[in-house]
Structures are given as structure tokens and as C-alpha cells.
Design a protein around this ligand. Structure first.
Ligand code: 5CA
Length: 441
């Protein structure tokens, strides 16, 4: 891709309306464009990042045996009346009427719809567990949408649902998601900690929020610092191993605001380990037993007996993660962003020095680009005739993790190559391909 042909509308200065660095950067480098309050269009740079995050989320769901489906954004109010949430959900729910005057709504979450899908087909306990997920737009008419895509009205979410025969099996499902979330966020180079949380309008009495630390986060958190050292690497997808893992985390005090109790915090956590800060909620898991299955009559036959299934739901804020990664990786003082290569909008940028009368470096850049493209490396070439330092400044903001600089330091087949923010080195093209591809694994 040539920069001059790309749709990357860069702003000269930070937009004044943005209060936090992720929102500033996303507007500044043209990842998103606001269309109305709390509703955004995703432009190529932002869309590419979000799609890559989505794919990682998907792979980690598939890995634990969750099956992907796709439910619609528009739902009928009937099923919400069955569960009793139609009234409870209040003004955050966007209610719509169709031409027949039927009450519809834009789904803020999908417990009812997925329960309806489950109950119409699954009749025997032998088909359990059923684990289903989808990745779909949601709408919540937030009172105060803010911080760009962090708290907006229309957002992209992965939501999964589990159906089990009894509490023991249902907790096994819950714990699978618990481990899966740790792995997902690790692949995004985020350190997310599971914290005991409130269940709000979803319901139930067991719930964890996955929170990454950030001064600009909206969640207040209270934790024992040692929780960051809990290692989940060797956990197996087995009941025992998963419950050992959860216990290891739950040994340490870690709660969000609603669950906070000052006396407990002081008593349970030695002052040298106490951490009281803010964070961004990137995922949230819930166990709520038969809260939906009972009123909606979702049951299976268990050896001649009717049993309501036990359910949980598991969300990841896919669009919010774009902002969360920026909060974690963007050095706004020096205006340098660095995307993890797994989600970078392009993997490598080629920056040739070009003047009005000499485009020989652009010719070289094209050759290098073709060779890298052949090895499946996603490239952008800055073919503008801006001066070199302006190009560097621009690409420091855009945050492509690898750069090839073609100018006076290019000698023969040795190219100037660097990882963003680091010293450059002179390397042959094959060495560059090897480095980039090794980081992609
Ligand atoms: N049904 C459950 C689990 S699937 C549910 O809806 N959970 S949730 O309300 O906690 O949302 C899941 C995730 O979506 C949150 O952890 C958060 O990362 C993201 N999210 C929630 N509200 C917003 C919002 N207004 N803007 C952006 N992301 C949001």
C-alpha cells in the first residue's frame, strides 16, 4: 500500500476534544471518525487493528471448544419479556418499533436470544455442555458516552454463553473461559488481572472482571500486587488444574469498586503489597445458574427428569481493546506508539527519502516491498515527498512495529532496518524477513 493512496487522514495536532491518550491518538492518526454521540465509523487503520484483535479472540474461543454462531443485532422484545429483563434494563436499551408496530430492540447483550436458540434444539443432557459465542455489534444508550470507543454506545463485543447440567459442570465451563481470557489478553501483550466484580444487569453471584491497569481507566481497583506474578502457563483444560489456577488467583485480594471493603483490604493485604489504582475493564465473565433458563423454560431431560440448565456468559470488549492497547503501549510524551505485531495495522513500513527530482529510492522501496509481500509481510510505503524527519514523526505516531529506511545509509544490498523506538542496524533483506517472521509467531 502506498501512503499517498491510503485513507489515513492524519491531523497535525492532538484533537482538543479528546481527554485520554487512546482517544487522542485514534483521532489523530485517523483510525476512527465520530458519526454521532458515542457512535463511530472505523477507518482502514482502526478497522485493520480491530479485525486482528477479533481474530485472536476467535482463535482462543475455538481453542477451548466454543462454537461460533452469529445472532442478529435486532431482537424481538418477546423473549426479554419472558426473562423479565425488558422492564429492568431501563433506558440503556434502544427500543424500536417496526412497521407492524411490533416492539423490537437493538441488542445490548444476548442471554435471552441464545437461550431461545438453545431451548428450541437441545433436549438431552447428553448434548451438554453447549458452549456458543458470537462477535457482533451491541448498542447501549450510555448516559455519558466518553473517551472515544472506550465507552461508546455502539461497540463490538465477543459474547459467549455456556449451558451445563449442574453447578459443578457449569463451574468447569466458567473456569475454561477464565483461563482462555488470560491467554487471549497475553497474546495481545496486555496484562489483565481477574478481579471479583459485581454482576449488574446480567445477574448471578459469581463474576470476574478482567482489568488492565491504566491511570485513565474508569474502574477503581484494589489489589494485592502479588497477583501479577500468578503464572497460568502450565494449566491444563481439566477440572482440577483449572480450579487450582482460580484458587491461585483468588488467594490474593483483587476487587473492583463495588466489591471493595476497606476493612478487608487493610486486614488481608500487607501495606507493602497494597495497590489502589485504576484500570480498564476489557472482559467480564458471569455465572448465573438458572436465572434465564428457569423463566424461559430451557431444560434438558436427565434420566427421565426435567432439569433447567445452568448458564454463564462471557464478554470481551473487542472494540474497547483497540483503545486499551493504545493506553498500554503509547508513549504520549515522546509521541511514539508501538503496536504488538499480532495486531499492527501494517507489519513493516518502508520509508524512502524522496525529492522532487530524484525518486530512485522509491524504485528501491518498491523492489523491497515486493520481496516482503511475497513472504506475507504486510507493507506500507511512505511515497510522499515530505522530508525524512516529518515521515519519521508521522510513523512514530502510527506505530508500525518495523521500519526500513531507504536513503543515504543504504549501501548495496544492506538496508537500514529497525524496530520502532530502537537503534537501526544494516541488514540484508533475508535477515529482515527472518526477524519479522520470527516476531509474528
Ligand atoms: N452478557 C455479558 C457477558 S457476554 C455482558 O454483556 N457483559 S458486559 O456488560 O460486561 O460487557 C462485556 C464487555 O464489553 C465489557 O467487559 C467491556 O469490555 C465491553 N463494553 C461494555 N460496555 C461497553 C461500552 N459502552 N463501550 C465499549 N465497550 C463496552
Amino acid at each position: 500500500m502506498y501512503f499517498t493512496k491510503s485513507f489515513i487522514p492524519i491531523l497535525k495536532n492532538n484533537p482538543t476534544e479528546a481527554k485520554i491518550k487512546s482517544h487522542q491518538l485514534m483521532l489523530r492518526i485517523g483510525m476512527i471518525k465520530q458519526s454521532s454521540a458515542g457512535i463511530y465509523s472505523w477507518l482502514p487503520l482502526g478497522f485493520k487493528v480491530m479485525k486482528k484483535i477479533e481474530q485472536i479472540v476467535r482463535e482462543e474461543q475455538n481453542r477451548i471448544g466454543v462454537q461460533e454462531i452469529l445472532m442478529p443485532t435486532i431482537q424481538s422484545s418477546d423473549i426479554w419479556k419472558e426473562s423479565g429483563r425488558y422492564e429492568d434494563y431501563g433506558e440503556e436499551m434502544l427500543r424500536i418499533k417496526d412497521r407492524q408496530n411490533r416492539e423490537m430492540l437493538y441488542g445490548p447483550t444476548n442471554e435471552e436470544l441464545v437461550t431461545e436458540i438453545f431451548r428450541s434444539s437441545i433436549k438431552s443432557y447428553k448434548s451438554l455442555p453447549q458452549l456458543l459465542y458470537h462477535i457482533q455489534w451491541k448498542f447501549r444508550d450510555e448516559l455519558r458516552p466518553r473517551f472515544g470507543i472506550m465507552r461508546c454506545r455502539e461497540f463490538y463485543m465477543k459474547d459467549a454463553y455456556s449451558f451445563d447440567l449442574n453447578d459443578e459442570e457449569a463451574l468447569f465451563s466458567y473456569n475454561k473461559f477464565f483461563l482462555s481470557y488470560l491467554k487471549t489478553f497475553k497474546r495481545l501483550e496486555l496484562s489483565a488481572i481477574p478481579m471479583a466484580a459485581d454482576t449488574g444487569p446480567i445477574g448471578g453471584n459469581l463474576s470476574h472482571e478482567f482489568v488492565i491497569l491504566a491511570e485513565t481507566g474508569e474502574s477503581k481497583i484494589y489489589t494485592d500486587k502479588r497477583i501479577f506474578e500468578v503464572n497460568s502457563d502450565n494449566t491444563k483444560l481439566e477440572k482440577k488444574s483449572l480450579s487450582v489456577l482460580r484458587n491461585k488467583f483468588e488467594e490474593f485480594y483483587a476487587v473492583t469498586d463495588e466489591k471493595y471493603n476497606e476493612k478487608d483490604f487493610m486486614e488481608k493485604v500487607n501495606d507493602k503489597y497494597r495497590l489502589n489504582t485504576k484500570g480498564i475493564e476489557v472482559g467480564h465473565i458471569f455465572y448465573f445458574g438458572d436465572k434465564y433458563s428457569k423463566p424461559m423454560n430451557a431444560s434438558v431431560d436427565f434420566k427421565g427428569q426435567k432439569q433447567f440448565v445452568k448458564m454463564g456468559s462471557y464478554g470481551i470488549g473487542v472494540s474497547r481493546l483497540v483503545g486499551a492497547i493504545i493506553e498500554a503501549k503509547y508513549d504520549d510524551k515522546n509521541e511514539i506508539m508501538k503496536w504488538p505485531i499480532s495486531v499492527a495495522p501494517y507489519e513493516c513500513v518502508i520509508i524512502p527519502a524522496i525529492t522532487k527530482n530524484d525518486d530512485s529510492n522509491l524504485v528501491k522501496a518498491n523492489k523491497v516491498s515486493n520481496l516482503l509481500n511475497d513472504k506475507n509481510i504486510d507493507i506500507i510505503i511512505d511515497d510522499t515527498d515530505e522530508n525524512f524527519s516529518a515521515k519519521m514523526k508521522k510513523f512514530n505516531l502510527i506505530g508500525i512495529p518495523f521500519q526500513i529506511l531507504i536513503g543515504k545509509n543504504t549501501e548495496g544490498d544492506l538496508l537500514e532496518f529497525r524496530e520502532i523506538g530502537k537503534e537501526s542496524q544494516k541488514l540484508k533483506i533475508n535477515q529482515i524477513i527472518e526477524i519479522i517472521n520470527s516476531k509474528k509467531k
